[in-house]
Each structure stands twice: as C-alpha cells, then as structure tokens.
Design a protein around this ligand. Sequence first.
Ligand SMILES: Cc1ncc(COP(=O)(O)O)c(C=O)c1O
Length: 376
Amino acid sequence: MHPETLCVHTPHDPAWPGVNQPAFTASAFRYGPEQEVVYPRYSNTPDMKALAAKLARLEHAPAAWLFSSGMAAIANTLLALVRPGEHILFSEDLYGGTLNLITKDLTRLGIQHSLANATDLQQLEDALRPNTRLLYVETPSNPLLKILDLRRLADWAKERGLMTMVDNTFASPINQNPMLLGFDLVVHSGTKYLGGHSDLMFGVVMGSAERVDTIRQTAINLGANLSGLDTYMIDRSLKTLAVRVKVHNQNARALAGFLLRHPRVKQVHYPGFETHPMHEVARSQMADFGGMLAFELKNPEGADRFLAALRHIAPALSLGGVESLISQPARTSHSLLSQAQRDAMGITLGTMRFSVGLEHPDDLMQDLDQALRQAG
Ligand SMILES: Cc1ncc(COP(=O)(O)O)c(C=O)c1O
C-alpha cells in the first residue's frame, strides 16, 4: 500500500464495528490461561500494538516500539543495544538533546563515543575502534539541514560489522525511508511531524523484530511508555501525515526561495537548492526535501528584534506542527552545548531554524518580511 493509504487505515479487531481504532484507557486488563498479560507499560494494549504496526509499515520496517518522547526512544535504544565498555560512532551534527545524552549520561554509564564528520568516510575510519558497535547519524540534521549519504554509510558500516541507526525526524517517513537504504534502525521524535499539531509528545524506533525485542526488554523496565489517550491522538494525527507533509514540502520550497532573495538574509540552508553541497544525495534518497530550513540573519544583533516582531509565526521550540515556528538554536535546541561545540557546528546567534507550517505561503512571507526589516 502507498503511504497515504497506510496513514489513513489502522488495522484493528474486526469485532469492533467503528471505522477507527477505539481508545483503550484502562491500566488494568483481565487475563486468563489463554490470554496474553496486557499492561500499558508493556506497550501491548490493542491500540498500542496497532499503532506500532502502522508506524513500522510506514518505515518499511518489520517492527516498531513506542515511547513517551523522542529522547526516550533514542536513550532506550542505545542503552538496550550497547553495553558499558563499547563504543558508538556519531555523526557530528546532532540534535542538542542527543549530544547532551551522549556526553553526560552515556559517558557516565561507561559507554564510549566519538563524533565525526560523516560526509567523510576517512574521518569515520579514523574514529573507528575495535569495540565500536554502532554508527548513529541524523539527516537532514538539526538545525543546519546537513545531508548524509545513507546508502554509502550503510554499506561502509555493514562491511565493518556495525549496527546502523538514523534519526529520521526532520524528513518524516513520507520523505525518507532509511531502512530501504540499508539502515538497521530508524528513530523518530514523533512529537514533530508524526504528531504534527504541537500537542503531543512521543517517540518511536523501528527495526528488525529481533532488535526491537531486545529494545522492548529494556523499555519495559525503564517505563517511558505512552498513555492510552496519547496513543489514540497519535493514530488520529497520523491519518493526515502524508497530506500534511506534502504541503510542508511545498511551503518550505516557496519560503526558502523567498528568504534567499531577501536583502536582510545572509544565507539559507535548504537541501532542495541545487547549490546545497549535498543536493544530489538528498535528491537520490528523499522523496522531497521536507518542511525544515534554516537561515542566517545579516545582522545577528537584530535577532531578538526579529523574533519579537513576528506576528503569525511563533518563536517557539519544537517543529513539524501545522503552525510555523521559528527558533534560535543557540538559545533553544542547542543551548546546552558549549560555545565551542556550537562554533564547530556553525550555529551563531543569527541562525534561525524555521519549521514551515501549513499557512498560506504569502502570509508567511509577509510576516517574515516585516520582522526582517525590524532586525535591521
Ligand atoms: C531531530 C530530533 N531528534 C530528537 C528529538 C527529541 O525528541 P523529543 O523532544 O520528542 O524527546 C528532537 C527534538 O527536538 C529532534 O529535533
């Protein structure tokens, strides 16, 4: 089935005559000699199982496991699959929370890591250790929309016996399916495009049945599961994922072009531009370029004035919702990093991350134009 169809239909018990999956809000379920023990922390209520199956299908994965946030999905997966004394190789452009997890908690627990520029296989080769277990990457990256060649990385890792994991949040399963490009595990902050209305938090990891079962064994102990009501809301949101993402893609394309021509903007980071250094790779592995872009203000000192002047676009953390949001990564998603780490990633006070929503692009352009004039 096509993703549009997969989004709309959730397989559920045919004994239920409703056309949608009902909400299961119980935290206690009767059991008997022939019945599985059902408990929400085990993520095995009928609605949770149906949601996980639907998300797995959207990513062309055999299995998926649900979590209460994207960070819960990332942390549980790494803790389940990598042991103290082992080493993880990360691409250097990562969501700030992921970087913070690695440098603080994983290090404290004895899991080693290296960060390397994953566009350069030699740098990965140099960072490889005999105890390296896993290669973890993010593409398009947060916040500067850097692109990594997933096929090339999967081949490289496979030859070296490493597991591969990618954060596919920015692309969504509508624009990119890393399992089809050879990756072993895909993780999403479902809080973003999958939820899509800035009112839900969740995470999901997809992979082989065997790996997801290993993750399950850790996840049920750490307890970062969904609630029944959130499960219902997520399934409802997913019904429009494919149509939402198509409009996010179109609007981002229009806004990227507008910003590129604007005299108060120094640079626009958008993989759909032919001038983007990895445009050809993005074309070859993505169905479209997504709803995210970043831009640099010509006058970084005017950043506060710019954000305060926005009328419709909210200066807010998070992304992937129906409403347009702009954030300043240096003060939000990447504020926990050191100045040196931000400098190395190319994040300045004038860097603006733009999650382009579903409003009419003309209204967004007008709002940006008047706010950019205030920035000076
Ligand atoms: C790319 C990416 N991965 C993971 C996360 C973490 O997700 P959550 O906030 O749902 O825990 C985020 C959050 O912004 C993100 O942007």
